[in-house]
Design a binder for this molecule. Structure first.
Ligand SMILES: *Cc1c(COP(=O)(O)O)cnc(C)c1O
Length: 365
C-alpha cells in the first residue's frame, strides 16, 4: 500500500528548515519578550525590503490586514468596493466588516479581476478596488492601477496568495495604497499559527495601522481611536524571518513543480493554468479546470490522491451574504469557475515520484 498523496504537506516545508526554525523559536522563548518586540520589528523591516515597500506592519491575520486597511482608509457604511467574484470569502469580509458594500466583478481567464469590467461597475459611491492576486499570479496591474487613478479610487491588494509575485517587475502589494498579506501556515510564506501584515509607502497609513493594531493607542493607555488587538507575536515573527530568508528557494521549488505539471499533463479534458505576459506566478495553487471536475476529484481520491476546490461556493452565493440578495446566474464566469476548478497537490518538499503519480493518474482520466 503506497501512501496517500495529500493536497498539502506542511510538515515537509517545516523539515527543510527545521534546525533554523527551532533555533529561532527557542531564542524567543528564552528572551522573555513575546508580543511586538525586536523580532517583529526586524521582520517588518525585512518584509518591507522584500516587497520593495517603505513600511510594513505585522498583524494577527490576513483578514485583519484587509479590514484594517479599509478602516484606516476611512471606507465604510454607504461606500462601495469593487472586488472579483471568485475570491476567498475573507477578501469580501474585509470589506463588509466595515459596513461597506462589495460590488462583484467577473474574473478573467487567469482567475484574476478582469480589468476591462471594472469601469462599468463604478458609481458615485465607489471608493476603492480590492484586487486579489489569486492562486499566486499577479493581476493585470497596469490597467487596474490606471482605472483607479483616472477615477480617484483607492487601490488595496489582497496578496495572501502572492508573496513575491510581480507585475512588470514590481511586487504585488506595492501598486496601491495598501498591500495585505496573510502568513497562515498553508500560504507560500507560512507561519506556525495565524499571522498577517500590511505594506505601504505612505507614512500616515503606517502610523495609523500601528495604532489600530494595538487598541488604537500610540502611547500606552492613551487611546485615540477604537482599534483592535491584532498584534503579531515574537514567536511567529522569528520563525517567519527564517522562511523569508529562504523565499527564493521556496518559490523556485513551487515553480519547478508547476512547470513539471504544465509540461507533462496531457489530457484534453483539462484546462491548465496560463500565465499572463509580463507578470509572474508564485504557484500558491496549481489549478486545473474541467466540466467533469467532481468525477476527476473522485477518481484521484480513489487512487490515493487528495485535491481541494478553491473555492466551491463563491462569496456572492455564500449563506453569509444572503443579505446582499444575489442569485445563482448573476455571475456566470465566477460560478463556472466554482463548478469546474480543482487544485492539484502542490507543496514544498513534494517529491518527483509523488508528482509523477499525480500526473500519471491525470493523463489516465
Ligand atoms: C488566506 C486568505 C486570506 C485570509 O488570511 P487569514 O490569515 O486566514 O485571515 C485572505 N484572502 C485570501 C485570498 C486568502 O487566500
Amino acid at each position: 500500500m503506497i501512501d496517500k498523496i495529500m493536497p498539502n504537506r506542511l510538515d515537509r516545508g517545516f523539515e527543510r528548515y527545521q534546525e533554523e526554525i527551532e533555533a529561532a523559536a527557542l531564542r524567543v522563548l528564552r528572551s522573555g519578550w513575546y508580543v511586538l518586540g525586536p523580532e517583529v520589528s526586524a521582520f517588518e523591516e525585512e518584509f518591507a525590503r522584500f516587497t520593495g515597500s517603505r513600511y510594513c506592519v505585522g498583524l494577527a491575520s490576513g483578514l485583519d490586514a484587509l479590514w484594517l486597511a479599509f478602516r484606516v482608509l476611512g471606507i465604510g457604511s454607504g461606500d462601495e468596493v469593487i472586488v472579483q467574484g471568485n475570491t476567498y470569502i475573507a477578501s469580501v469580509m474585509g470589506i463588509t466588516i466595515n459596513g461597506a458594500t462589495p460590488v462583484i466583478v467577473e474574473p478573467d481567464e487567469f482567475y484574476n479581476l478582469d480589468a476591462d469590467r471594472i469601469e462599468e461597475k463604478i458609481t458615485e459611491k465607489t471608493k476603492a478596488v480590492l484586487v486579489v492576486h489569486l492562486y499566486g499570479q499577479a493581476s493585470n496591474m497596469d490597467k487596474i492601477a490606471d482605472v483607479c487613478r483616472r477615477h480617484g479610487l483607492r487601490l488595496v491588494e489582497d496578496c495572501a496568495q502572492s508573496h513575491g509575485a510581480a507585475a512588470g517587475g514590481k511586487m504585488t502589494g506595492t501598486f496601491g495604497d495598501i498591500g495585505c498579506f496573510s502568513f497562515y501556515p498553508s500560504k507560500n510564506l507560512g507561519a506556525f499559527g495565524d499571522a498577517g501584515a500590511i505594506v505601504t509607502d505612505r507614512e500616515e497609513i503606517y502610523r495609523a495601522m500601528k495604532m489600530y493594531r494595538n487598541y488604537g493607542s500610540e502611547k500606552r493607555y492613551y487611546n485615540k481611536v477604537v482599534g483592535a488587538n491584532s498584534r503579531l507575536d515574537e514567536l511567529q515573527a522569528a520563525m517567519l524571518r527564517v522562511r523569508l530568508s529562504h523565499m527564493e528557494e521556496i518559490t523556485g521549488e513551487r515553480r519547478e513543480i508547476a512547470a513539471r505539471y504544465t509540461e507533462r499533463i496531457r489530457n484534453e479534458k483539462l484546462v491548465l493554468p496560463a500565465v499572463r505576459d509580463g507578470v509572474t506566478h508564485v504557484w500558491h495553487q496549481y489549478v486545473v479546470r474541467t466540466e467533469r471536475r467532481d468525477q476527476l476529484a473522485a477518481y484521484l481520491e480513489a487512487n490515493g490522491i487528495g485535491t481541494i476546490i478553491h473555492y466551491p461556493v463563491p462569496p456572492h452565493l455564500s449563506e453569509a451574504y444572503a443579505y446582499l440578495g444575489y442569485q445563482r446566474g448573476d455571475y456566470a464566469i465566477t460560478e463556472k469557475y466554482a463548478d469546474t476548478v480543482l487544485s492539484l497537490p502542490m507543496y514544498n518538499g513534494m517529491t518527483q515520484e509523488e508528482q509523477m503519480r499525480v500526473i500519471r493518474r491525470l493523463n489516465e482520466f
